[in-house]
Design a protein around this ligand. Structure first.
Ligand SMILES: [Zn+2]
Length: 101
């Protein structure tokens, strides 16, 4: 018996960027991690902040910030925030596709 095979295209939120279409630049993440610890900055006294600022300026001279943008288009969804997948009606009705599986 010849069963009809039918597929539909579903639009799913991109899991790589959580639908944002952009991801944080790894270069910026590395730069921040190497120097900036926001948590500790908020706990600093005024004097410590001033010292931190001088150290920060000195550091920036040695380690310039990355020139690329802080956010890059997601490579998985090419900035669209969504993935498209062809699935059979049976797969769609079974559920896991819509649950992100
Ligand atoms: Zn994406």
């Amino acid at each position: 018996m010849n069963q009809m095979h039918m597929e539909v295209q579903v639009r799913l939120k991109c899991r790589a960027c959580d639908g944002q279409g952009v991801v944080d630049s790894p270069a910026w993440a590395a730069w921040r991690q190497a120097y900036l610890d926001y948590e500790s900055i908020t706990r600093m006294t005024t004097l410590a902040i001033r010292e931190f600022w001088h150290a920060f300026v000195a550091y920036k001279r040695l380690h310039p910030q990355p020139t690329e943008p802080e956010e890059l288009p997601c490579r998985v969804c090419r900035g669209e925030g969504a993935e498209y997948r062809w699935v059979t009606l049976a797969q769609l009705l079974a559920g896991p596709v819509l649950a992100g599986g």
